[in-house]
Every structure is written in structure tokens, then in C-alpha cells.
Design a protein around this ligand. Sequence first.
Ligand code: FAD
Length: 490
Amino acid sequence: MADPISTPSTSPIASVIESLKQVVGAQGWSTDEAERRSHATDWVGRFFADPLLVLKPSTTFEVSEIARICNDNGLKIVPQGGNTSLACGSIPTGQGDEVIVNLSRLNRIRDIDMFNDTISVDAGCTLASVQQAAEQADRLFPLKLGSEGSCQIGGNIASNAGGTNVLRYGNMRDLVLGLEVVLADGRILDGMRALRKDNTGYDLKHVFIGSEGTLGIVTGAVLKLFPMPSTAVAAVCTVPSLQSALDLLILCKKHGGESLTTFELMPRAGLELVFKHFPSTRFPLGELQDWQLLIEFRSNDGEERVRELFETILSQAFESELVVDAAIAQSIQQNRDFWALREGLAEADFMEGAVITTDISLPLSAVPAFMDACSRAVLAIVPTGRVIAFGHLGDGNIHFGLLQPLGSDSEQFLSRGNEIQSIIHTMALSMNGSMSAEHGLGFVKNDAVAQYRSQVEHDLMLTMKAALDPKSTLNLGKVLRIENGAFSAC
Ligand code: FAD
């Protein structure tokens, strides 16, 4: 693909690139090779495709001008936030003249409305900065992800992010009240409304949430805030089986109601890697078992009440043999230490070696049977592979992965990725689950709609894409597979 520096200055593309540079000014683009490479490489570091240019607009108007120019001149836009996508949604595909539009300079907190319990932000604000702004106003913005220091609100919206608080507060879709979106042709859809009720026609924001930058570029959002819980108490428990974990979840919901925010699964194999790669982490219980849970309650009832709640639940759980061992955090630091175990899981397996990952969700009742059958199925193919299945058990979202056998060749192992993922996906679907719970499809799973959704659903998605982005300017080849510039049908 052409390099902007080596593109002859008389070529038509060179003059379009000049126009784009002028839109963003000297601060909004760079020729720095290392920077360009990092924007064009996925988070795991497996894929890279060179863009024509990386642009960093600082206003909605600049984004709109970029879209208009690219759309008029046949250039493709790759919208990019923190580039933490685990589905390669935010890097070029190498299929066309692609320009990365990174939103990181669009990073103002626009407004906090304490009566309305809302925060209006630019899309390039990091999730952590929005959490902090809410906290300073004694409010909670509840989306919580391992990548929160880097990922951006626009990326969270575009991928309908989930995370560890979905059980109580829902996905990103549940947290968005209004959106500002730049359309493929540069028009600005100003839907920055902070209303909890608004039935004036179709609710257009939902078209863009979860669309992975294929239907519009999110530039601003109005988000819901919640009262800041005064107390957060976490516990780590070991359970004898996955069925016991589900029974314990019922007990937690029964006694804790809405104050149950987190119910996460941590397997022995995953935690062993956390201890190996993050040596400052410690297991707070006696002996590591096959299944551990991180459970957290958050409430305004005071710490003593929350501890009593935990003790009630755990004493019943011990009596019914649902729990083998448990530790309730005794301090804020210990709470953090417990969370470090869960947060380390997302990265430790990548640090260990090559992983074939998935992001499936299931009806909760199907989880134990799925884990058993799926582990056996993948180990039948790679007998010395290491199954690492962890994640958001409370909402049925499991990151089921297979880590390369010790001492094996990683490329050879990864060459079986499609075969293994297909087994896992097919099994999840056969149990009424989904093969894509929260990470999206990007281009690594861009044939999933044709493969796993009905013909009617696929047709509707193609119709929406054609209506909103008839020239395929936005995120070419993501979500829906494209052949020869046209969207592929089944
Ligand atoms: P990017 O990676 O930059 O982009 C993601 C997608 O959104 C791409 O398709 C991109 O084109 C599009 N996009 C980005 N910004 C915009 C915009 N302004 N307008 C339109 N489209 C845009 N995800 C979860 O859901 N739950 C988790 O628990 C979770 N944990 C993670 C832990 C780690 C350690 C890592 C690395 C990732 C994790 N993720 C998780 C995946 C990822 O962080 C999230 O999906 C996040 O929401 C992506 O945000 P981002 O700003 O990095 O987006």
C-alpha cells in the first residue's frame, strides 16, 4: 500500500491527503513511523496493515470534514479509539486506501448534570477519565473493563462493551442516552439528548451502538450516571463445581438483590498464569481449586450491612457445600488485590503464549454442560493444549480459550485456530448461546453474520449498511464480509 511520504505529490490521492492534513492541522497527523505502526497493529500484536495516514481530529467538525472528503474521493475510514479491540475492528484490513481516524484528541468532558444524573462527553475520552469525572461529582459511571485506562467511550459504544458490572448495570447500550455521530458522507447527527423517555420515531442511537464503526463515527455521548455506592466489598471463593457456582449465584441474587454487581469466574489454570506473570499477586485462600469466583456487592447500606450480607450468604453456602473456601476483603487494599487476580486473567494467557480465544455467551443453565463438552472437544484435537475459560459468569459470558501446549510451535498451533473456534462457536450455538458476546466481530469474525445469523437478519444488516454507508467508506470489511468492494451475501 502507498506510503503518504512516497506518494507522488501530483497523484490524485496525494492532493486528497493534503486536504485531509489541512483539516486537522499540524497537530492532527504525524509521519512518525513508530506511532503509525502502533495505530495500525492490533492489541494482541498479531495483525498489521499499513494505512495511508493516521489522522487525529480534535473537533466534531474536523471529523465531519474528514468523512466528507474520504467519502467523495473513495478513501476508506477506520474509526479508532484506544485500539484495544480484541476482534481487530480498529486497524486497517489492507483492502483499500484506508485512513485511520483516531479520536484521542476529542477528549473533553462536556458537561455533568447532577439533577439529571448524566455526563456528556467527547467520544475520545478514555473510560477511566469518565469514571474519574463521575467520581469527582460523587456519581458512578459503572462500565468497568480491564482496558479502561486506554479504551475510549466511542470505542465502548461502537463495540457495545460489557465488562464486570453488566450483571447490575447492563452493557454500554444500557448506559447511553444520547449520541452525536458523523455519518459516512460527513453529515452530523446531533442526538445529544439527555432524556430517559423519548419515543419520537425510531431510536436511532441504537443503530450505531455496537455497529463497530461501520455505520457512523461517534463523536459525543450523553451517558447515565448512578449514585456512588459508599461501600464495595469483594470476596474470593472456591467452589467445588460450576453447578455450585450457579447455585451460589442464585443465593447471592436472593439475598443481595441489586447490590450484587460482580460474579466472575476464575479457573485454576488461568490464576496459575496470573501468579506467574504478575508476581505481586497472591492467592488469598488455602489451596487453588479448579474454580474460583470473584464476587462483589456494592451498596449504600454501610460496610457493616454488606459484610453481614456476605456472611449470611457464605454461611448458607458452606452449609449446603456450595463453597469450599472463601475470603471477604478486609480493607480497600485487599479489595484491590482480589480484583487484580481477575484483571490479570485477561492478559496473563497472552503473556504466556499463543491463545485461540473466543467470547461466547450462554443461558446460565447451559454453562456447566458447555464447559465440560467443549473442553473435551478441543482437547481431543490438541490433547496437550491448556483450556483457560474465565469471565463474566454472572451474565453467561465466558472467554473460552485454548493456550498453546508448553514448548510447542505457536504458528503451527494458531493455524488450527479456525477449526477450534468453529467447534467452540458451534457448541455455544447448539446450546442457544452466542459466538460473540461483547468483543464484536471486527474483521477476524466478519463471516459470522452470514454463518450464524438467519438470512433475514443478514439481509437487514446489509440493507442498513447500504443505506447509511452506500460507498462503503466506513470500516471496510468489519462486521460484514466484503468481496470485491461489495458486501457478500450468504
Ligand atoms: P477500539 O479498539 O479502538 O475500536 C473498537 C471498535 O470500535 C472498532 O471497530 C472501531 O472501528 C470502533 N470505534 C472506535 N472508536 C469509534 C468511534 N468513536 N466511533 C465509531 N466507531 C469507533 N471488552 C468488553 O466488552 N468487556 C471486557 O471486559 C473487556 N475487557 C478487555 C480487557 C483487555 C485487557 C483488553 C485489551 C480488551 C478488553 N475488551 C473488553 C475489549 C475492548 O477493550 C473493548 O471492546 C473496548 O470497548 C474497545 O474500546 P477502544 O476505544 O479501544 O476501541
